[in-house]
Design a protein around this ligand. Structure first.
Ligand code: ADP
Length: 448
């Protein structure tokens, strides 16, 4: 297939298109997975901050008495709190066992308290460097320090136990883990996508080849058929031309010579028209446009008639031709009688052509819901390597011998096509130098 430029280019185009479409689908899927992951992580982060902030808010508010002042009872709730203007240990203390505080004291979290003017009152955890004052309208903020570290925080307004505004509580966390996870995912996708595309391209090339194989096979068959048909037509045409030229060159053309020439032309003409008729019949059957005159046909009559018809030919070839239509009742099939005659006649004719001595039997039997017509000969037989090709158009085992018998290699192709249009089939059993049996199975007309 790759030697043929048209098929090679088409295969490339098909593989390219397939790989392109798959590439777009894969990229879009990768992008969706990335965004979905980022969104899910972000939501989990928000929920975590929200729940910690909510719990602290609810726990602290009843303990706050004076705006901007942290009472000792509130400090007890947050033992590691570092008040502004005091020196606190820089090393993070061991996380406390209390759940909420445990979350706040984790690496990356921070907590801070500011008064209503935005002045820092106390902090907890590792603080980002630059922090803007709490925005009244935007409780959620994402910040970035000078080193490029990102933080996400939420600011809540705290009130005293007498419902007076106390100040702000900000709880946030570093986005280092979040960003690292996203950039790892990005790397996996960016590396994985080209690898996947490479595999998709190889698979596309292979699949395109697989998809085009039947098209290529039928293209090859058409090419072979055209070449064979041209070859078969050329032989009689060349014979006619040679005969005409030699006749024209003759000085004294007698009536006998002229008659001889005309007889040769007539013979070759007959051969040509037979060939063209066979080709037409095959193409009509291929296109399903052959009008079949379907009727109930008695196979016993067809077999007996044909055996009677071919007996003279068999005797001339020193062969014994016998019919064995042993059934107690006649077997009927629904079909075109003319075509069925042609099918069995082809097989009997071949058996006579390719048998030098012995006998030819035509047997008719019933096999379940099918009629079985077998043409058995004791002829030259067919080699196993030729058997699979025997029903191909223009296939001949021995071209020279076959041409002597007048065959063009279309007989069995036509027989097989006729069997097929009658929902039947032909099978072959043959052994070299021992003989062949061609068996035709046709569905019996219901009721017969
Ligand atoms: P042809 O018109 O050349 O006989 P067919 O299609 O009828 O073409 O047969 C194809 C080939 O099959 C023949 O050339 C011949 O070699 C082989 N063949 C057909 N029938 C027989 C047979 N009964 N015994 C041996 N060879 C056969």
């Amino acid at each position: 297939m790759n030697q043929n430029r048209l098929f090679f280019l088409t295969r490339w185009r098909l593989a390219g298109l397939y790989a392109g479409v798959m590439g777009i689908i894969l990229s879009l899927s990768g992008l969706c997975v990335y965004h979905w992951m980022a969104h899910a992580d972000w939501q989990a982060l928000d929920q975590e901050l929200e729940s910690v902030a909510g719990t602290l808010h609810d726990g602290l508010e009843p303990k706050l008495k004076q705006p901007g002042q942290i009472e000792s009872s509130a400090e007890q709730l947050l033992p590691s709190l570092c008040l502004a203007d005091t020196t606190c240990p820089t090393q993070p203390t061991a996380p406390t066992k209390r759940h909420i505080l445990g979350a706040v004291q984790q690496d990356g979290y921070y907590l801070r308290f500011l008064d209503l003017s935005g002045r820092m009152i106390a902090t907890l955890g590792q603080q980002p460097e630059e922090v803007p004052p709490p925005a009244q309208k935007e409780p959620w903020q994402t910040l970035q320090d000078s080193a490029g570290n990102r933080y996400h925080q939420v600011s809540l307004l705290l009130k005293t136990d007498r419902n007076q505004p106390w100040g702000y509580m900000q709880i946030g966390r570093s986005l280092r883990d979040f960003d690292a996870r996203l950039s790892n995912t990005k790397i996996v996708l960016l590396v994985g996508l080209p690898v996947a595309m490479l595999l998709v391209s190889v698979a596309s090339w292979w699949l395109a080849g697989l998809a085009m194989r039947p098209v290529y096979q039928s293209y090859h068959q058409i090419q072979q058929f055209t070449a064979d048909a041209a070859h078969e037509l050329r032989t009689p045409l060349a014979a006619i031309r040679a005969t005409v030229e030699s006749t024209l060159d003759a000085d004294n053309l007698t009536v006998t010579d002229a008659r001889g020439t005309l007889q040769t032309i007539d013979r070759q003409n007959h051969r040509l028209s037979q060939l063209v008729q066979d080709l037409l019949l095959l193409s009509r059957m291929d296109l399903n446009v052959l009008t079949l005159n379907r009727q109930s046909c008695c196979l016993n009559d067809i077999v007996n008639d044909l055996v009677e018809e071919f007996t003279a030919l068999a005797i001339a070839a020193n062969l014994q031709l016998t019919a064995h239509t042993q059934g107690y009742y006649p077997l009927y099939v629904l079909g075109d009688e003319e075509q069925l005659y042609r099918l069995i006649a082809n097989l009997i004719n071949n058996a006579i052509q390719y048998t030098s001595r012995g006998e030819i039997k035509v047997l008719l039997n019933r096999d379940d819901h099918h009629a079985l017509v077998q043409v058995q000969d004791t002829g030259i037989g067919i080699a196993p390597e030729d058997q699979p090709h025997l029903f191909n158009r223009f296939y001949r085992v021995n071209r020279d011998r076959s041409r002597q018998t007048g065959g063009s290699g279309l007989g069995l192709a036509i027989a097989s096509a006729i069997a097929q249009v009658h929902q039947g089939e032909i099978t072959l059993k043959s052994e070299l130098s021992k003989g062949s049996t061609f068996a035709v199975r046709l569905p019996i007309l219901s009721g017969s």
